[in-house]
Design a protein around this ligand. Structure first.
Ligand SMILES: Cc1cc2nc3c(=O)[nH]c(=O)nc-3n(C[C@H](O)[C@H](O)[C@H](O)COP(=O)(O)OP(=O)(O)OC[C@H]3O[C@@H](n4cnc5c(N)ncnc54)[C@H](O)[C@@H]3O)c2cc1C
Length: 384
């Protein structure tokens, strides 16, 4: 998505653009929940033919105190999704590539850029936008993949079944482990289902755990052969030195810049936004401002994700449930992209704010975030 958005925006700004994709846009490329937010930023009609299936009214979030049969729900919220769809991501990308082709962008499918040839390849262009996901192609070429990590492992599947009770809404369920399970219906009879855990909490048998999670949440169990495994990336931590490499005329966008959300792994709207920002600044001859602008745009989101992740890691489902209830009603895109909206909601309940923050570890996490130390540390467990 970052590459398509970059091709669109740089072309629009008057650049001659070549877009290289290592696979065909008809082939399955990226495993993901296929929930797209900020869809109005994508220059396609949001029709089923273009891959946009379910104009999501709201995302439901449920919090439980565990996974046992007698578990209790500690909170529930409903987050409107004014500009979001559950999609067939491949179809969206196919439609966007076709649009770019019609606009005159040279779209090279089935054309991997080998990391060994990358520097020579880059010499042939005034600028290379690295939108190759994580770890990025340019980091491989320069032998600097160390900034990229993957601390969450996720399973997902496109599942046929009866989702009539949930559709058209989607649902995320937090079950007192550092991770979550999701059901994103495309139609009443098809949904993207998935589950993710941090590496240190992943089960021995991923598929059995996924099947059990679907079962206890009342969703059809996917077949093993249709289930994908992926890692949700972290890094390079908004480090401005890693998002623009002027000495090689490379700018990184999307997951290559490491900007997916640290709790949810959601990264498509961030990918599109970073590409548009890079094009805007390149057109103004101010690309050197990109790392700072990207950093300032993403820092509140990173900070908020640190605090939410702390609540998951510290096993505080009652506090998390209360926070979800308090934030209910905020648009889903604002929850991660404009978290001050959520903080203003929480501020109406000073007792809840105190329960969240008046703990040494929570304050430590906040301080670490404010001083740009973003890595999750696996903070110790507390009580609800
Ligand atoms: C399990 C899971 C579920 C997720 N669910 C969601 C969700 O529901 N909503 C959401 O917003 N985000 C979600 N995300 C995050 C989202 O998938 C990423 O943030 C997003 O895909 C980043 O887009 P990108 O374009 O930067 O990188 P990518 O999607 O990784 O795209 C990189 C592209 O570069 C191509 N490429 C790679 N190397 C080369 C090369 N050498 N030459 C040419 N081409 C190359 C690849 O084929 C690919 O098409 C999820 C992630 C995971 C793992």
């Amino acid at each position: 998505m970052a590459g398509l958005a970059a091709a669109e925006a740089f072309h629009d700004a008057g650049f001659d653009v070549d877009l290289y994709e290592r696979q065909s846009y008809d082939a399955k490329r990226v495993n993901c929940g296929e929930a797209m937010t900020a869809v109005s930023e994508i220059p396609l009609d949001p029709t089923p033919e273009n891959g946009f299936h379910n104009p999501l009214p709201a995302l439901e979030v449920e919090v439980y105190d565990g996974t046992a049969s007698d578990r209790r729900r500690t909170g529930r919220g409903e987050f409107p999704a004014a500009d979001a769809y559950i999609t067939d991501r491949n179809a969206v990308e196919r439609a966007w590539a076709d649009r770019l082709d019609r606009l005159g962008v040279a779209v090279h499918e089935d054309h991997p850029v080998p990391s060994a040839d990358f520097l020579e390849f880059a010499d042939g262009y005034d600028l290379v936008v690295d939108a190759t996901g994580h770890p990025s192609l340019s980091s491989k070429a320069l032998g600097r993949t160390d900034a990229y990590g993957a601390r969450l492992v996720a399973l997902n599947a496109d599942v046929a079944g009866d989702f009539g009770d949930l559709h058209p809404n989607a649902r995320i369920v937090l079950e007192n482990y550092t991770g979550y399970v999701w059901a994103f219906p495309k139609t009443p009879r098809r949904a993207n289902l998935g589950i993710g855990w941090t590496f240190d909490e992943r089960p021995d048998d991923y598929f059995a755990a996924f099947a059990a999670a679907c079962d206890r949440n009342g969703w059809p169990v996917p077949s093993r052969d249709r289930t994908n495994v992926a890692t949700i990336p972290e890094g390079p931590n908004l480090d401005p030195d890693r998002t623009y490499l002027p000495e090689h005329s490379v700018v990184r966008v999307g997951d290559a810049a490491g900007i997916a959300n640290r709790v949810t792994g959601k990264g498509i709207s961030q990918a599109v936004e970073s590409s548009y920002l890079a094009a805007e600044l390149a057109a103004a001859g101010r690309l050197e401002a990109y790392p700072g602008r990207l950093y300032r745009r993403l820092k509140p989101e990173f900070l908020f994700a640190s605090v939410v992740r702390h609540l998951l890691e510290a096993r505080r489902p009652r506090v998390l449930g209360a926070a979800v209830r308090a934030a209910s009603g905020v648009d889903i895109e604002a929850v991660d992209r404009a978290p001050t909206t959520v903080l203003r909601r929480l501020a109406r309940n000073p007792l809840l704010l105190a329960r969240i923050f008046l703990r040494r570890r929570a304050l430590g996490r906040l301080y670490a975030g404010m001083t740009d130390r973003w890595r999750a540390t696996g903070a110790g467990r507390g009580s609800g």
